[in-house]
Design a protein around this ligand. Sequence first.
Ligand code: SF4
Length: 273
Amino acid sequence: MKLPEDFVFSQSSLQDYVDCPRRFQLRYLLRQRWPAPEVDDLLELERRMRRGDHFHHLVQQHLVGLPADLLLKRLQDADLRRWFTAYLTSGLDDLPPQRRPELTLTVPLGEYSLLAKFDLLALEPGGRACIVDWKTGRHLPRGEALAQRMQTIVYRYVLAAAGDSLNGGVPIPPEQIEMRYWYADHDGATRRLTYDRAQMQADEAHLLRLVKTIEAHDEFPLTPDEQRCRFCVYRSLCDRGVEAGAMTEWDDDFDPADGDFTLDLEQIAEIEF
Ligand code: SF4
């Protein structure tokens, strides 16, 4: 199966490929709508997604200049109030002065494109550049695990490759780039990952290798790790079980604003009712 010429890779699609080549094929090449719920408690899933989405929106409104007290006053949901208060207390600590929320950058990747959508890019002209990703899930991953995530690999690489467009035509040295994950449900705990030129070269080689591997597939194999199938919407298509995984065991380290996360709330409603 050929990739469309105008295919745009993202951290989500590459993470899907790394997790399960078949999922990548179903989601991005066949555009298969999801036939099964991811977890057993769809209402709770929807609540968490809407709350996460709302938090991202609040932060964006604050970053474009709406007063914090006005935003806080309107909040009824206790978790949202707690998250937003944590953000006001520490979310912007030690960040360079130029703030660009919801910024999308695209770079070439082989014959294709690679897109990254940052929650926030904080820049100091000629100095540091910090990519911030707001996380609202309950899971607090270790830094070593995050270093392997495609989000970390893609975001830092895209900024190093395309940062000149934001830096007066001068590339941003990888050593000046930091990827920072900020955890709302953990009182603003952070995970900070630095970067350097050797890592950038390794990431570029890794990304290009992934694309070549994807291009070479005649068939996209199912993951051998069947644990992944418990929380995958395609498990009935793959004959990997019919029961959804328990919401209580779900790794909710997702972010509705991360690129092309494809869970569709209208589809949840269709299944639920
Ligand atoms: S059910 Fe399993 S094998 Fe099928 S797409 Fe999902 S993760 Fe891959």
